[in-house]
Design a protein around this ligand. Structure first.
Ligand code: SF4
Ligand code: MG
Length: 330
């Protein structure tokens, strides 16, 4: 369904070129739930924005790479063609629902505008009355109680969790095949977070949706996704099933991420962080970008970039501890 191949993304800044994505590869099959996890600034949100053509060009630049959606390279599409894909084929929900809802319009107005626009793009235009019916149906699908009454309310009359449900309903209005959710629960309380994740899981099963979930929280990803891609400083460093990453991560960065998650059975004082911080994107380390922080760093790591390679079925990683990840000339 979605295949990102060797995507590089640069930003031209006054200080120099920030090489924000350094050859990201990801793939998602139909009905798949893939989590993309990594610290703030690792490039996970930027990757998803590139898929939807939402990056400002310039200063953003894509020097190489491909983004295939159902066989078509999205990077070769015109802004008009991309805006057609956005919403009707691929939809997105974000961290802070209030930013994406207009406080001065009712939920009904905002939802019907989107529904009518999508219906025109799909070639079967709906009138206002039909659009309201569809909006109520969608609010019901995201489990908003008394949707026929609440639809007339304004965003401020909804709680944070309910607003996120409204945004999910709006995202579903174009009947997308792929939903990209960028930190959809980060701004919510833990209990509400669990409800939203349960809702998303339910929608995946019911509507046969594929989901790309972006989160800094491996725990959140584990609740929804079947597979995970771990990103570090603009690279995918490991991809595998959730079970495999939790039981036996192979990349030193994934191992560090896992050790930094609080667990019930573990004493709080044994929680470890990963020393150091994400490197500069203007002058990134030449070889492995994790080398300055890696407890297992070797000579080769500083000079040669490891290549994301499948080391066992369904499990890929980019680390010189696995000789298969070394380029042929290294
Ligand atoms: Fe550590 Fe080297 Fe592997 Fe990078 S390539 S994660 S520095 S061991
Ligand atoms: Mg982000």
């Amino acid at each position: 369904m979605l295949e990102i191949k060797d995507l590089a993304l640069h930003f031209d800044t006054f200080e120099g070129t920030a090489k924000v994505l350094d050859g990201v590869s990801l793939s998602l099959t139909h009905g798949d739930t893939l989590g993309v996890v990594g610290e703030t600034g690792c490039g996970k949100s930027i990757t998803s924005k590139a898929v939807l053509g939402l990056l400002p060009v310039p200063p953003a630049r894509i020097p190489r790479g491909e983004i295939f959606f159902k066989g078509d390279d999205l990077l070769k599409k015109s802004p008009k063609e991309i805006s057609k894909v956005r919403g009707t084929k691929i939809a997105m929900i974000f961290q802070d629902p209030m930013t994406y809802l207009n406080p001065v319009f009712s939920i009904e107005k905002q939802m019907t505008d989107v529904i009518i626009r999508h219906s025109r793009q799909n070639g079967s235009p709906l009138n206002k009355k039909q659009a309201i019916e569809k909006a109520v149906e969608l609010l019901k699908a995201v489990q908003i109680p008394s949707p026929d009454q609440r639809i007339r309310e304004y965003p401020h009359e909804f709680s944070g969790g309910m607003r996120q449900r409204v945004l999910i309903a709006m995202a579903l209005s174009g009947e997308p095949e792929l939903l990209i959710a960028d930190e959809p629960t980060t701004a919510l309380d833990v209990t509400i977070q669990a409800q939203i994740l349960r809702l998303l899981r339910d929608l995946v099963n019911r509507l046969n949706l594929s989901i790309l979930l972006i989160s800094h929280d491996l725990g959140v990803v584990a609740k929804l996704c079947h597979r995970v891609a771990v990103m570090y400083a603009g690279n995918v460093v490991e991809t595998s099933t959730i079970d495999r990453i939790f039981t036996a991560p192979l990349h030193p960065y994934s191992q560090g991420l896992l050790r930094s998650i609080p667990r019930l059975k573990k004493r709080e004082d044994s929680l470890e962080g990963i020393a150091g911080s994400i490197p500069s994107f203007i002058n990134p380390p030449k070889g492995c970008r994790f080398a300055p922080r890696c407890p297992k760093v070797m000579d080769i790591c500083g000079n040669v970039k490891p290549i994301l390679t499948e080391v066992e079925p369904g499990h890929s990683l980019a680390c010189h501890l696995f000789p298969a990840c070394r380029p042929a000339d290294a």
